[in-house]
Design a protein around this ligand. Structure first.
Ligand code: FAD
Length: 387
């Protein structure tokens, strides 16, 4: 610690992907960290429900994991994806590599595994305390006191020197910031919702969907199906569709196979299995998608929001977690360089425009992935790629 020679007492709210990584980075700098997570410890919970089973990890996220000395551990369990594999309604497939030389790739990583690695890494530091089953219900920015709903009732915690809100898209910390003058907040809900399905491994343990090292996409105008590979040769398949349509299929699951056939996704249906598809629709509810922009990200030198709490975005750019991890990396550098107030002001000044741009790009990709990937310009790009 150069500038902050005395360690800070920091409360991190949220032990999801971003909060857990933030705790690790703060702990590496010698700060005292109390991390409060609403849910039980995901490591002791076999069926923890996340918003998506696997995520695409790209270079932004990898850089932050590297700073926490966790990149190689995470990549060892990830499945590289070297491009998109587009599935046409007639079953034809077109690869679209992520770069001309075929060297670049993103990784499909399991959300639960990643969260567990990060929490366990945080726990190795003597200056970190993890508090599960602690839901922040009030944050008084004047006194600094935090109130949690915990087992056995309300728990009041005296003011930390720094409060980091990494409590997701519906952040309580951000809600408390709304009462401060000059704080701007916008939320957009989109028409589309999503539902997760699964292609199991083949009986011999190999992958039913080939080739493995691609992000498979069935772009169908107002519908889109994507599949990301898992380490165990299964695939997590996400169907994006207008929420009314998805709701109807969940209410009438026997219609789901016909829906897949009529929209030119018979090849996916074969792998998902008709019976399993009906069962999955019957057991699911569509999850809604939203985009959040706010500014600034801080209140003086005492409070800051990061990750989805600061900039939840629609998932079509695959950058929500990556951008949240990048927040951690940038904040880490600023806290090392400046006193807390200057660091947090600088974080807002530089990070807000970038975060808003990523939210906009994600919204743009919402249109692109559904429609543009099926257009001839993509086929032209494929020809150029193969030159
Ligand atoms: P969260 O993951 O929401 O974690 C917040 C944590 O805070 C949770 O553990 C929650 O329990 C806790 N919490 C909430 N309220 C309180 C409270 N009051 N008190 C205490 N704790 C609280 N991103 C990518 O980079 N790549 C992808 O491929 C990708 N795919 C996605 C696919 C889908 C379908 C969706 C929906 C999102 C996807 N994302 C992806 C985005 C990614 O999931 C999020 O950006 C990421 O999870 C944000 O992490 P976070 O820690 O900020 O928030």
């Amino acid at each position: 610690m150069d500038v902050n020679s005395s360690p800070l007492r920091v409360a991190v709210i949220g032990g999801g992907l971003v909060g857990a990584l933030e705790a690790v980075l703060l702990a590496r700098r010698g700060h005292h960290v109390d991390l409060y997570e609403y849910r039980e410890d995901i490591r002791r919970c076999p069926n923890a429900r996340g918003r998506s089973i696997n995520l695409a990890l790209s270079h932004r996220g990898r850089a932050a994991l590297r700073a926490a000395a966790l990149e190689s551990t995470v990549l060892a369990q990830g499945v590289p994806m070297r491009g998109r594999m587009l599935h046409a309604p007639d079953g034809r497939r077109t690869p679209v590599p992520y770069d001309v030389l075929g060297k670049e790739c993103i990784y499909s990583v399991n959300r639960k595994f990643l969260n567990e690695i990060l929490l366990s890494a945080a726990e190795t530091f003597p200056n970190v305390n993890l508090h599960f089953n602690h839901k922040l219900v009030a944050a008084d920015f004047d006194s600094g006191e935090l109130t949690f709903q915990a087992e056995g009732g309300a728990r009041h915690v005296p003011a930390p020197q720094l409060l980091v809100g990494a409590d997701g898209a519906h952040s309580r910390v951000r809600a408390a910031m709304l009462r401060r003058p000059g704080f701007d907040f916008r939320q957009s809900n989109i028409e589309h919702a999503y539902l997760e399905l699964r292609i199991p491994p083949a009986p011999d343990g190999t992958s039913l969907l080939q080739p493995v090292n691609y992000l498979h996409i069935w772009p169908r105008g107002s519908f889109m199906l994507i599949a990301l590979p898992n380490e165990d040769a299964s695939w997590t398949v996400t169907l994006f569709a207008p929420s009314a349509q998805l709701g109807r299929l969940c209410a009438h699951p026997h219609e789901a196979p016909a829906f897949f056939r009529e929209r030119g996704m018979a090849d996916a249906l074969l792998l998902l299995g008709e019976e399993q598809l009906r069962a999955d629709f019957a057991a699911s509810e569509p999850s809604l998608l939203l985009s959040v922009k706010c500014e600034p990200f801080n209140v003086g030198g005492k409070v800051v929001v990061i990750g989805d709490a600061a900039h939840a975005m629609v998932p079509f750019y695959g950058q929500g977690m990556n951008a949240g991890f990048e927040d951690c990396l940038i904040l880490d550098g600023l806290l090392e360089k400046f006193p807390p107030e200057a660091a947090l002001n600088e974080f807002s000044r530089t990070r807000v425009p970038d975060a808003h741009a990523i939210c906009d790009l994600a919204m743009y990709n919402y249109v692109e992935m559904r429609d543009l990937v099926a257009r001839p310009s993509y086929k032209l790009r494929r020809c150029l790629d193969s030159v």
